[in-house]
Design a protein around this ligand. Structure first.
Ligand code: NIG
Ligand code: FE
Length: 397
C-alpha cells in the first residue's frame, strides 16, 4: 500500500510532531517500508496503486496502554451514590467499588465477558486504537483471573487489535480474605500469577498500591515473583494518597507508574532514574472529581516520558475514548497537544515495553490512523469526537 498526499505526524521527533506536510508512506506487508515527502517517493514504490488520503492527517495507530476493559456488570448505581454524597473510598470500604465488579465478573460466563468487552473494544477501534493493554484484577481468585486473561487474549485474536495483558491480582482484597491481605497475596495472588504465566497469559505484572488496596511491602512480594518469571512491572501508584508506590515502582525498574496524582517531585526524579513512563489517567481524576492534578511540570523537568490512557473500567473511568483522554489531559492537566499525542503513541509504546510501533518510520508496524483533520492539535481540541477517516492495522484497511 502507498498512502499519498498525507499530512504526516510521524512523531520521530518530539519538537514539531515530526511533521511531513505533503507526505507519503509505503507499507510492505505488516511493516512500514518508507516514509517521506511526495516529491521523493523511491522508484520501487511508484508503481503501487496509491491510496490518496487527500491531505488528511495521518498518525501512528493509537495505543491505549492502561485499560480494565474486561469486566461483568457496571457501576452506574455507585455513580449515583457518589453524587448523593458517598466517596469512592467509602463505597469501597462498604464492599462496593472494585468488589462489586469482582462479584459480577465471577458470575459472568467467558462468552458474556468476551461479548461485552468486544463492544467496548469496537468503540476504541473506531477512534484509531491499534494496540490495547488489558488488565485482569476483577477475579481475585484463580479461576476468574485466568478467565479474564483468556478473554483478553481472545480479543486479540477476534478483533483487529494487538493486545498486551497485565496480571493485576493485587488489585483489591476479595471478601473471603477480608482483613487478611498477606494471606491473599501468598495463597491466591502469587500462585495465580504463576499459573497464568504457565498458560502464557501474562505480558506484565501490575498492582494497586493504595490505602484501600495493598501496601508497598505486599506489592513487592508479587513483584519479586514477577522478577523470577522475567515479567516486566507496572503499578497503580499515588492515585488517592502517597504511600510510596512510585518509589517502589522505580526500585523495580517498572515500565510505568500510573495515575500519580499524589506523586512528588522526588517521585518524578525516581521515575526518571529508573526510565519508567508516567501514565496519566485523567478519566479517573475527572470521574472521582479529584482536586489534585499529577505533577506534570515535575515530569517535564525531570524528563519523565508521559503516556495517556483511558483506564477504561466500570468504576473510576467508564470511558473508551482516548481522544477524550487527550482532551482531558490538556484541559485538566495543561498537557500540550503534542504531549497528548506522544502520550497515546510513542510514550504509550514505551509504557508497554515495546519499540516496534508508536512512530511512523521504516521498520515500524504498519498500524496507522487517518483522521478527518489537518492538524494534530485538532485531536485534543475537540471534546472526544474527532472523526477517524480510517484505520490501517498490520498493513491493511
Ligand atoms: O485504575 N485504581 C485502581 N483500579 C482502577 C479502578 C478500578 C475500579 O474502580 O473498578 C483504576 O482507576
Ligand atoms: Fe487502572
Amino acid at each position: 500500500m502507498l498512502l499519498t498526499h498525507a499530512t504526516l505526524a510521524t512523531l520521530v521527533s518530539d519538537q514539531d510532531y515530526g511533521f511531513i506536510r505533503d507526505g507519503a508512506v509505503a507499507l510492505k506487508g505488516d511493516k512500514i517500508a518508507w516514509v517521506g515527502p511526495m516529491s521523493e517517493i523511491p522508484k520501487t514504490f511508484r508503481g503501487t496503486e496509491p491510496f490518496d488520503v487527500q491531505g488528511r492527517l495521518v498518525t501512528p495507530g493509537f495505543i491505549d496502554c492502561h485499560s480494565h476493559i474486561v469486566y461483568g456488570g457496571n457501576r452506574a448505581a455507585e455513580f449515583e451514590q457518589r453524587l448523593n454524597g458517598a466517596s469512592y473510598q467509602e463505597i469501597a470500604q462498604a464492599g462496593g467499588g472494585i468488589i462489586s465488579t469482582v462479584k459480577a465478573t465471577r458470575a459472568a460466563s467467558e462468552e458474556d465477558l468476551l461479548s461485552t468487552a468486544i463492544s467496548r473494544v469496537e468503540a476504541m477501534l473506531a477512534q484509531g486504537v491499534t494496540t490495547l493493554e488489558i488488565k485482569s484484577g476483577y477475579g481475585l481468585d484463580r479461576e476468574t483471573e485466568l478467565k479474564m486473561l483468556r478473554v483478553a487474549r481472545a480479543i486479540g485474536s477476534k478483533c483487529r487489535v494487538s493486545v498486551y495483558t497485565s496480571f493485576l491480582g493485587a488489585h483489591a482484597i476479595p471478601p473471603e480474605y477480608e482483613g487478611q491481605p498477606d494471606t491473599y497475596i501468598d495463597d491466591v495472588c502469587i500462585p495465580t500469577l504463576r499459573a497464568a504465566h504457565d498458560e502464557g497469559l501474562v505480558d506484565a505484572v501490575d498492582g494497586f498500591c493504595e490505602g484501600i488496596a495493598f501496601d508497598a511491602e505486599q506489592i513487592a512480594r508479587v513483584f519479586d515473583v514477577a522478577r523470577q518469571l522475567n515479567l516486566p512491572i507496572k503499578l497503580h501508584a499515588e492515585q488517592l494518597s502517597n504511600i510510596g508506590g512510585t518509589q517502589l515502582a522505580a526500585r523495580y525498574k517498572a515500565l510505568s507508574a500510573d495515575h500519580l496524582e499524589y506523586a512528588t517531585s522526588d517521585d518524578a526524579a525516581a521515575l526518571a532514574r529508573s526510565g519508567s513512563v508516567a501514565v496519566i489517567l485523567p478519566g479517573a481524576f475527572y470521574t472521582l472529581r479529584e482536586e489534585r492534578p499529577p505533577p506534570i511540570d515535575a515530569f517535564r523537568t525531570h524528563g519523565v516520558p508521559m503516556a495517556l490512557a483511558t483506564d477504561s473500567n466500570p468504576g473510576s473511568s467508564p470511558m473508551t475514548s482516548l481522544l477524550l483522554a487527550m482532551n482531558m489531559g490538556c484541559t485538566l492537566f495543561r498537557m500540550t497537544p503534542m504531549e497528548a499525542l506522544m502520550g497515546v503513541t510513542r510514550n504509550a509504546t514505551r509504557a508497554l515495553g515495546l519499540s516496534d510501533r508508536g512512530t511512523i518510520q521504516p521498520g515500524a508496524r504498519a498500524d496507522l490512523a487517518v483522521w478527518q483533520a489537518d492538524h494534530p492539535a485538532e485531536l485534543s481540541y475537540r471534546i472526544g469526537d474527532t472523526a477517524l477517516h480510517c484505520r490501517i492495522f498490520e498493513g491493511a484497511l
